[in-house]
Design a protein around this ligand. Structure first.
Ligand SMILES: *Cc1c(COP(=O)(O)O)cnc(C)c1O
Length: 359
Protein backbone atom coordinates (compact mmCIF):
# COMPACT_ATOMS: atom_id res chain seq x y z
CA UNK A 1 0.00 0.00 0.00
CA UNK A 2 3.04 2.23 0.46
CA UNK A 3 3.14 3.18 -3.22
CA UNK A 4 -0.03 5.23 -2.71
CA UNK A 5 1.49 7.44 0.00
CA UNK A 6 3.50 10.60 -0.71
CA UNK A 7 7.23 9.91 -0.21
CA UNK A 8 7.54 12.89 2.18
CA UNK A 9 5.01 11.26 4.51
CA UNK A 10 6.61 7.80 4.30
CA UNK A 11 9.96 9.35 5.23
CA UNK A 12 8.60 11.10 8.34
CA UNK A 13 8.90 9.84 11.90
CA UNK A 14 5.76 11.78 12.88
CA UNK A 15 5.26 14.03 15.89
CA UNK A 16 4.86 12.04 19.12
CA UNK A 17 2.81 13.94 21.74
CA UNK A 18 3.43 13.42 25.47
CA UNK A 19 1.74 10.44 27.14
CA UNK A 20 -1.90 11.02 28.12
CA UNK A 21 -2.88 8.62 30.94
CA UNK A 22 -6.51 8.31 32.06
CA UNK A 23 -7.56 11.07 34.49
CA UNK A 24 -6.42 10.34 38.04
CA UNK A 25 -3.96 7.65 36.96
CA UNK A 26 -0.84 9.75 37.39
CA UNK A 27 0.46 13.08 38.55
CA UNK A 28 0.79 14.59 35.12
CA UNK A 29 3.75 16.93 34.76
CA UNK A 30 4.73 15.99 31.20
CA UNK A 31 2.83 18.24 28.77
CA UNK A 32 2.81 21.68 30.39
CA UNK A 33 -0.91 21.73 31.05
CA UNK A 34 -2.22 23.71 33.99
CA UNK A 35 -3.01 21.92 37.25
CA UNK A 36 -5.84 24.35 38.00
CA UNK A 37 -9.39 24.53 36.60
CA UNK A 38 -10.20 27.32 34.11
CA UNK A 39 -12.16 30.48 34.97
CA UNK A 40 -15.78 29.90 36.02
CA UNK A 41 -16.75 32.31 33.16
CA UNK A 42 -15.65 29.63 30.70
CA UNK A 43 -18.06 26.99 32.00
CA UNK A 44 -20.95 29.47 32.13
CA UNK A 45 -20.31 30.50 28.52
CA UNK A 46 -20.20 26.87 27.33
CA UNK A 47 -23.46 26.02 29.15
CA UNK A 48 -25.11 29.06 27.65
CA UNK A 49 -24.20 28.49 23.98
CA UNK A 50 -24.83 24.75 24.26
CA UNK A 51 -28.29 25.61 25.54
CA UNK A 52 -28.91 27.72 22.46
CA UNK A 53 -28.21 24.66 20.29
CA UNK A 54 -25.45 23.51 17.97
CA UNK A 55 -27.37 23.10 14.72
CA UNK A 56 -25.72 26.10 13.03
CA UNK A 57 -22.16 26.42 11.76
CA UNK A 58 -19.89 28.57 13.93
CA UNK A 59 -18.68 32.04 12.96
CA UNK A 60 -15.81 31.33 10.49
CA UNK A 61 -13.85 34.35 11.74
CA UNK A 62 -14.59 33.96 15.49
CA UNK A 63 -15.48 37.65 15.68
CA UNK A 64 -16.20 37.69 19.42
CA UNK A 65 -12.71 36.39 20.15
CA UNK A 66 -11.17 38.61 17.51
CA UNK A 67 -12.53 41.68 19.23
CA UNK A 68 -11.57 40.43 22.71
CA UNK A 69 -7.97 39.91 21.51
CA UNK A 70 -7.98 43.26 19.70
CA UNK A 71 -9.09 45.01 22.89
CA UNK A 72 -6.64 43.17 25.14
CA UNK A 73 -3.59 43.90 22.98
CA UNK A 74 -4.73 47.16 21.42
CA UNK A 75 -4.54 45.93 17.81
CA UNK A 76 -7.11 46.07 14.98
CA UNK A 77 -9.47 43.03 14.86
CA UNK A 78 -8.37 42.44 11.23
CA UNK A 79 -4.91 41.54 12.50
CA UNK A 80 -6.23 38.60 14.58
CA UNK A 81 -6.67 35.02 13.33
CA UNK A 82 -8.05 32.22 15.51
CA UNK A 83 -7.18 28.54 15.32
CA UNK A 84 -8.10 25.12 16.64
CA UNK A 85 -5.21 25.29 19.10
CA UNK A 86 -2.05 27.11 18.11
CA UNK A 87 -0.85 23.94 16.37
CA UNK A 88 -3.57 24.67 13.79
CA UNK A 89 -2.16 28.19 13.36
CA UNK A 90 1.38 26.84 12.92
CA UNK A 91 0.03 24.56 10.16
CA UNK A 92 -1.77 27.46 8.48
CA UNK A 93 1.40 29.58 8.67
CA UNK A 94 3.56 26.86 7.12
CA UNK A 95 1.06 26.28 4.33
CA UNK A 96 0.72 30.00 3.63
CA UNK A 97 4.39 30.92 3.50
CA UNK A 98 6.50 27.83 2.73
CA UNK A 99 6.19 25.98 -0.57
CA UNK A 100 7.49 22.50 -1.34
CA UNK A 101 11.28 22.60 -1.65
CA UNK A 102 11.54 25.95 0.18
CA UNK A 103 13.11 26.44 3.59
CA UNK A 104 11.69 26.85 7.10
CA UNK A 105 14.11 27.94 9.84
CA UNK A 106 13.83 26.89 13.46
CA UNK A 107 16.07 26.81 16.52
CA UNK A 108 17.28 23.55 18.07
CA UNK A 109 16.38 22.17 20.57
CA UNK A 110 12.86 23.54 20.47
CA UNK A 111 9.27 22.54 19.73
CA UNK A 112 9.43 19.31 17.73
CA UNK A 113 6.24 19.95 15.76
CA UNK A 114 7.84 22.65 13.55
CA UNK A 115 10.02 20.13 11.78
CA UNK A 116 7.09 17.78 11.17
CA UNK A 117 5.16 20.67 9.58
CA UNK A 118 8.03 21.31 7.17
CA UNK A 119 8.22 17.61 6.33
CA UNK A 120 4.49 17.35 5.60
CA UNK A 121 4.83 20.37 3.33
CA UNK A 122 7.75 18.79 1.47
CA UNK A 123 9.86 21.73 2.62
CA UNK A 124 13.40 21.86 3.99
CA UNK A 125 13.99 22.72 7.60
CA UNK A 126 17.11 24.48 8.71
CA UNK A 127 17.84 23.96 12.38
CA UNK A 128 20.01 26.58 14.07
CA UNK A 129 21.46 25.37 17.36
CA UNK A 130 21.08 27.43 20.47
CA UNK A 131 24.33 28.39 22.22
CA UNK A 132 25.06 26.44 25.43
CA UNK A 133 23.47 29.28 27.45
CA UNK A 134 20.30 29.11 25.30
CA UNK A 135 21.03 32.39 23.52
CA UNK A 136 20.72 32.39 19.72
CA UNK A 137 23.76 32.67 17.45
CA UNK A 138 23.70 35.44 14.83
CA UNK A 139 23.25 32.78 12.13
CA UNK A 140 19.59 32.47 13.14
CA UNK A 141 18.89 35.68 11.28
CA UNK A 142 21.96 35.98 9.06
CA UNK A 143 23.71 33.31 7.00
CA UNK A 144 26.86 34.58 5.28
CA UNK A 145 27.28 31.16 3.70
CA UNK A 146 24.09 31.78 1.77
CA UNK A 147 24.79 35.34 0.70
CA UNK A 148 23.33 36.73 3.89
CA UNK A 149 19.78 35.69 3.17
CA UNK A 150 19.36 32.15 4.43
CA UNK A 151 18.19 29.07 2.60
CA UNK A 152 19.85 28.67 -0.80
CA UNK A 153 18.94 29.90 -4.26
CA UNK A 154 17.26 26.58 -4.90
CA UNK A 155 15.63 26.42 -1.46
CA UNK A 156 14.92 30.01 -0.36
CA UNK A 157 14.19 30.77 3.27
CA UNK A 158 10.48 31.60 3.55
CA UNK A 159 9.60 31.51 7.26
CA UNK A 160 11.25 31.26 10.68
CA UNK A 161 9.69 29.91 13.88
CA UNK A 162 10.97 31.08 17.26
CA UNK A 163 9.26 29.82 20.42
CA UNK A 164 9.70 32.46 23.11
CA UNK A 165 9.88 31.40 25.94
CA UNK A 166 11.45 28.33 24.38
CA UNK A 167 10.51 24.73 25.09
CA UNK A 168 12.15 22.64 26.56
CA UNK A 169 14.45 25.25 28.15
CA UNK A 170 11.89 27.81 29.41
CA UNK A 171 14.42 30.51 28.50
CA UNK A 172 13.74 33.75 26.63
CA UNK A 173 15.35 35.81 23.91
CA UNK A 174 15.02 39.50 24.87
CA UNK A 175 12.38 41.44 22.97
CA UNK A 176 14.97 43.91 21.68
CA UNK A 177 16.88 41.05 20.07
CA UNK A 178 13.70 39.62 18.53
CA UNK A 179 13.05 42.88 16.73
CA UNK A 180 16.62 42.85 15.36
CA UNK A 181 16.23 39.24 14.22
CA UNK A 182 12.99 40.05 12.42
CA UNK A 183 14.55 43.03 10.71
CA UNK A 184 17.55 40.97 9.57
CA UNK A 185 15.54 38.02 8.28
CA UNK A 186 14.50 37.93 4.61
CA UNK A 187 11.16 36.35 5.60
CA UNK A 188 8.42 36.61 8.28
CA UNK A 189 9.29 35.59 11.85
CA UNK A 190 6.70 33.70 13.90
CA UNK A 191 7.20 34.31 17.61
CA UNK A 192 5.42 31.37 19.22
CA UNK A 193 4.37 32.80 22.58
CA UNK A 194 2.69 29.68 23.98
CA UNK A 195 4.21 30.49 27.39
CA UNK A 196 4.42 34.29 27.30
CA UNK A 197 1.88 34.72 30.12
CA UNK A 198 4.51 33.28 32.48
CA UNK A 199 7.26 35.64 31.25
CA UNK A 200 8.07 39.28 31.98
CA UNK A 201 7.67 40.61 28.43
CA UNK A 202 5.97 39.71 25.18
CA UNK A 203 6.14 40.84 21.56
CA UNK A 204 2.54 41.73 20.72
CA UNK A 205 3.32 45.40 20.23
CA UNK A 206 6.20 44.58 17.86
CA UNK A 207 3.67 43.47 15.24
CA UNK A 208 2.75 47.14 14.57
CA UNK A 209 6.45 48.09 14.44
CA UNK A 210 7.63 45.36 12.09
CA UNK A 211 5.33 43.84 9.49
CA UNK A 212 7.38 40.65 9.37
CA UNK A 213 6.57 39.73 12.98
CA UNK A 214 3.69 37.34 13.67
CA UNK A 215 2.87 36.45 17.28
CA UNK A 216 1.12 33.19 18.09
CA UNK A 217 -0.68 32.37 21.39
CA UNK A 218 -2.47 29.36 22.83
CA UNK A 219 -5.11 29.04 25.52
CA UNK A 220 -3.82 25.56 26.38
CA UNK A 221 -1.23 26.53 28.97
CA UNK A 222 -1.87 29.78 30.86
CA UNK A 223 -5.68 29.60 30.53
CA UNK A 224 -5.97 25.93 31.62
CA UNK A 225 -7.79 25.05 28.40
CA UNK A 226 -5.65 22.42 26.65
CA UNK A 227 -8.74 20.25 26.16
CA UNK A 228 -10.66 23.06 24.46
CA UNK A 229 -8.26 23.57 21.52
CA UNK A 230 -8.00 27.29 20.96
CA UNK A 231 -5.20 29.61 19.83
CA UNK A 232 -4.88 32.96 18.12
CA UNK A 233 -2.27 34.96 16.29
CA UNK A 234 -1.66 38.64 15.68
CA UNK A 235 -0.12 39.68 12.35
CA UNK A 236 -0.33 42.33 9.70
CA UNK A 237 -3.92 42.35 8.31
CA UNK A 238 -2.34 41.78 4.88
CA UNK A 239 -1.01 38.43 6.09
CA UNK A 240 -4.23 37.52 7.92
CA UNK A 241 -6.26 38.10 4.74
CA UNK A 242 -4.14 35.49 2.92
CA UNK A 243 -4.12 33.01 5.81
CA UNK A 244 -7.93 33.06 5.89
CA UNK A 245 -7.84 31.45 2.43
CA UNK A 246 -5.70 28.60 3.76
CA UNK A 247 -7.51 27.70 6.99
CA UNK A 248 -10.43 25.26 7.20
CA UNK A 249 -13.62 27.30 6.79
CA UNK A 250 -14.87 26.46 10.28
CA UNK A 251 -11.63 25.76 12.11
CA UNK A 252 -13.01 26.72 15.54
CA UNK A 253 -16.26 25.38 16.93
CA UNK A 254 -19.16 27.16 18.63
CA UNK A 255 -18.28 25.90 22.13
CA UNK A 256 -14.60 26.79 21.93
CA UNK A 257 -15.29 30.25 20.51
CA UNK A 258 -17.66 31.07 23.37
CA UNK A 259 -15.27 29.64 25.94
CA UNK A 260 -12.21 31.44 24.58
CA UNK A 261 -14.01 34.79 24.50
CA UNK A 262 -15.11 34.30 28.12
CA UNK A 263 -11.62 33.27 29.25
CA UNK A 264 -10.09 36.38 27.69
CA UNK A 265 -12.49 38.58 29.63
CA UNK A 266 -11.39 37.21 33.01
CA UNK A 267 -8.06 38.91 33.52
CA UNK A 268 -8.20 38.53 37.32
CA UNK A 269 -8.26 34.76 36.91
CA UNK A 270 -5.25 34.91 34.57
CA UNK A 271 -3.17 37.11 36.87
CA UNK A 272 -3.95 34.93 39.87
CA UNK A 273 -3.09 31.75 37.97
CA UNK A 274 0.15 33.28 36.74
CA UNK A 275 1.18 34.24 40.28
CA UNK A 276 0.57 30.73 41.63
CA UNK A 277 2.51 29.02 38.82
CA UNK A 278 5.46 31.41 39.13
CA UNK A 279 5.67 30.89 42.91
CA UNK A 280 5.69 27.09 42.51
CA UNK A 281 8.18 27.35 39.64
CA UNK A 282 10.60 29.17 41.91
CA UNK A 283 10.43 26.35 44.49
CA UNK A 284 10.82 23.67 41.82
CA UNK A 285 13.89 25.42 40.37
CA UNK A 286 15.58 25.90 43.74
CA UNK A 287 14.99 22.35 44.92
CA UNK A 288 16.19 20.78 41.64
CA UNK A 289 19.32 22.92 41.72
CA UNK A 290 19.82 21.78 45.29
CA UNK A 291 19.79 18.19 44.02
CA UNK A 292 22.62 18.96 41.60
CA UNK A 293 20.60 19.52 38.43
CA UNK A 294 21.45 22.30 36.00
CA UNK A 295 18.26 24.31 35.63
CA UNK A 296 18.16 27.46 33.49
CA UNK A 297 15.95 30.28 34.81
CA UNK A 298 12.49 29.47 33.49
CA UNK A 299 10.04 32.05 32.16
CA UNK A 300 7.34 29.46 31.49
CA UNK A 301 5.30 26.84 33.35
CA UNK A 302 7.97 24.14 33.31
CA UNK A 303 11.68 23.75 33.98
CA UNK A 304 14.46 22.01 32.07
CA UNK A 305 16.58 19.81 34.29
CA UNK A 306 19.87 18.38 33.06
CA UNK A 307 22.50 16.63 35.15
CA UNK A 308 26.21 16.38 34.39
CA UNK A 309 26.99 13.55 36.83
CA UNK A 310 24.13 11.07 36.78
CA UNK A 311 22.02 9.70 33.89
CA UNK A 312 18.52 11.20 34.02
CA UNK A 313 16.55 8.55 32.13
CA UNK A 314 16.44 6.28 35.23
CA UNK A 315 15.05 9.26 37.16
CA UNK A 316 12.22 9.55 34.64
CA UNK A 317 11.58 5.81 34.88
CA UNK A 318 11.58 5.86 38.68
CA UNK A 319 9.07 8.71 38.69
CA UNK A 320 6.85 6.87 36.22
CA UNK A 321 6.87 3.69 38.34
CA UNK A 322 5.72 5.87 41.22
CA UNK A 323 2.88 7.52 39.33
CA UNK A 324 4.53 10.81 38.35
CA UNK A 325 4.90 11.55 34.64
CA UNK A 326 7.47 14.08 33.45
CA UNK A 327 8.90 14.44 29.93
CA UNK A 328 12.22 12.81 29.19
CA UNK A 329 13.87 14.45 26.18
CA UNK A 330 17.06 13.40 24.42
CA UNK A 331 18.22 15.74 21.66
CA UNK A 332 20.79 14.39 19.19
CA UNK A 333 24.13 16.07 19.72
CA UNK A 334 22.79 18.25 22.53
CA UNK A 335 22.07 15.96 25.46
CA UNK A 336 19.14 14.86 27.52
CA UNK A 337 17.12 16.14 30.44
CA UNK A 338 13.77 16.15 32.17
CA UNK A 339 11.17 18.74 31.34
CA UNK A 340 8.98 19.07 34.41
CA UNK A 341 5.72 21.00 34.22
CA UNK A 342 4.80 23.14 37.22
CA UNK A 343 1.93 21.44 39.04
CA UNK A 344 0.21 22.39 42.26
CA UNK A 345 2.58 22.83 45.22
CA UNK A 346 1.61 19.35 46.36
CA UNK A 347 2.21 17.64 42.99
CA UNK A 348 5.48 19.46 42.48
CA UNK A 349 6.76 18.51 45.95
CA UNK A 350 5.76 14.89 45.40
CA UNK A 351 7.79 14.88 42.19
CA UNK A 352 10.89 16.45 43.75
CA UNK A 353 10.63 14.27 46.89
CA UNK A 354 10.71 11.16 44.69
CA UNK A 355 13.72 12.48 42.77
CA UNK A 356 15.54 13.20 46.05
CA UNK A 357 14.70 9.68 47.27
CA UNK A 358 16.02 8.15 44.05
CA UNK A 359 19.26 10.09 44.15
C1 LIG B 1 2.00 23.70 23.69
C2 LIG B 1 2.65 24.42 22.59
C3 LIG B 1 1.94 24.77 21.44
C4 LIG B 1 0.60 24.18 21.11
O1 LIG B 1 -0.45 24.68 21.71
P1 LIG B 1 -1.91 24.19 21.33
O2 LIG B 1 -2.67 25.46 21.30
O3 LIG B 1 -2.31 23.27 22.43
O4 LIG B 1 -1.90 23.53 19.98
C5 LIG B 1 2.56 25.57 20.51
N1 LIG B 1 3.84 25.95 20.65
C6 LIG B 1 4.57 25.60 21.72
C7 LIG B 1 5.98 26.05 21.83
C8 LIG B 1 4.00 24.81 22.71
O5 LIG B 1 4.73 24.41 23.75
Amino acid sequence: MKKYIRPEILAMGGYVPGEQPKPGEAVKLNTNESPYPASEFVYEAIRQVAGEGLSRYPDPLCRTVRSAVAKKFNVPPESVLCGNGSDDLLTILTRTFVGAGETLRLPFPSYILYKSLAEIQGAHSEEIRFNADWSLPPSFSFSPAFGGTGGTDAHPLRLAFLPNPNSPSGTVIPKKRILEIAEELPCPLVVDEAYADFAEEHCMDLVQQCEKIIVCRTMSKSYSLAGLRFGFLVASPKFVEQMIKVKDSYNCDTLSIAAAAAALEDDDWLQNNRRKIIATRRQLTERMRGLGFTVPDSHSNFTWNAHSKIPVKPVYEYLKRNGVLVRYMNYAGWGDGLRISVGTDEQTSRCVDLIAEFI
